[in-house]
Design a protein around this ligand. Structure first.
Ligand code: SF4
Length: 380
């Protein structure tokens, strides 16, 4: 019989001394004061509601603040309520999300919105446990919405917070390990003991410090840090070595050949399967392997195209979390034909109806010019 080991004390999991953990409650006041003085003015921090906080937190995962600003405004304008998000057709939702990447986030938003309408009358539940039951609400997102929008004292620990806490505590524990992540959440909870302070402001202070002062790339700006006197890594001069994170497995490389077929009816797009990478998005003909022009043209002819004129396009690369596509592309002029489940998208449908992932951006950068050349395509 396997005997379950008792959990290690927090300081042992974090590989730091207990005395360093004792410092944490004293950091709450300087952090919150600093945040209230210095926080960036961001759209989702104005007029906080649970819905706005939720949408912004999901958008901000793996995406830069500057990139999110425009998307957040457009999304809230198109879908101002949970009900509107629950009801929008999936293609239109993906079109709103086009370019933000990690499209499962958008689909999870909608699945969660439908459950919120069904189970909670369209209001996000004011409980971390109830939020965790919704699709797309991991520990971080539930903690962020619960603390920022509802004032519930729970931690919200993202990559910024791991960095800040590992430096303050001088923790060399591997932040990619689930046990260490849980220990950092426990450590962050030690800062939430002061009930006179807003848990939302405290959590945002830790994240803001990581984003703007205790920087991920380049040296931290310790002279501007409100908790510098308590930071062990600053004292030891080793902040740049932290946090420790085990190297990820290298990404799988895939060679792809992208065929942009153009006819007077538009550009030929196919909807990707409902599950997996870029699920439900639209793409040009996307073939496995590194094909030459005759092979790419032949693949299109196998679908029914005739009288093709094939031109090479610039090569491109796109990096996903676990795979990297190395793409070569061809532009093919042909007569319209019925291509199975393919659709011909003209310029206005391409702009307004079909969500094409940014992986293909480089091939579509000149699409207006390609459309203009339809009357007299260049010679091969
Ligand atoms: Fe980060 Fe420097 Fe502040 Fe320590 S003192 S938390 S290293 S910015």
């Amino acid at each position: 019989m396997k005997i379950k080991q008792p959990p290690l004390p927090l300081h042992e999991t974090l590989l730091c001394t207990p005395a360093r953990l004792d410092v944490l409650p004293a950091l709450t006041a300087p952090l919150v004061d600093w945040y209230r003085r210095s926080a960036r003015d961001l759209p989702w921090r104005r007029g906080i509601t649970p819905y706005r906080t939720w949408i912004s937190e999901v958008m901000l995962q793996q995406t830069r603040v500057e990139a999110v600003k425009g998307y957040f405004a457009r999304f809230l304008e198109a879908l101002p309520t949970v009900e509107a998000l629950a009801a929008i057709p999936e293609d239109a939702l993906l079109k709103l999300w086009e370019g933000l990447g990690y499209y499962s986030r958008a689909r999870n938003l909608q699945r969660a919105a439908r459950l919120i309408v069904e189970r909670h009358g369209g209001m996000l539940p004011a409980s971390c446990a109830a939020l965790r039951e919704l699709p797309g609400f991991g520990e971080y997102t539930a903690g962020a919405v619960a603390s920022i929008a509802f004032g519930i004292p729970v931690p919200a620990v993202d990559g910024n917070v791991y960095r800040v806490l590992s430096r303050i505590l001088l923790s060399y524990a591997d932040t990619s390990r689930p046990a260490v992540k849980a220990a950092f959440r426990e450590a962050a909870a030690l800062l939430l003991t002061d009930n006179s302070r807003s848990p939302g402001d405290l959590n945002q202070a830790l994240m803001e410090l990581g984003a703007t002062v205790c920087l991920p790339n380049g040296p931290p700006l310790c002279e501007r840090c409100p908790v510098a006197p308590h930071c062990a890594a600053r004292r030891e001069g080793c902040a740049a070595d932290l946090p420790v994170k085990a190297a990820k497995k290298p990404r799988r490389i895939e060679e792809r050949t992208i065929v942009l077929a153009l006819s007077p009816d538009g550009v030929l797009l196919f909807r990707r399967p409902d599950t997996g990478l870029l699920a439900g998005m639209y793409e040009p003909l996307n073939l496995e392997g590194r094909l030459d022009a005759p092979a790419a043209g032949a693949a299109l002819e196998a679908l029914g195209a005739r009288a093709c004129k094939t031109l090479p396009l610039a090569a491109a690369k796109h990096i996903f979390s676990h795979v990297e596509w190395r793409m070569r592309g061809y532009l093919v002029y042909c007569a319209p034909f019925s291509a199975g489940n393919g659709v011909w998208a003209d310029a206005s449908a391409l702009a307004g109806a079909y969500a094409v992932p940014s992986a293909f951006r480089v091939f579509f950068a000149d699409i207006d010019r390609y459309f203009n050349m339809l009357e007299a395509p260049p010679a091969e």
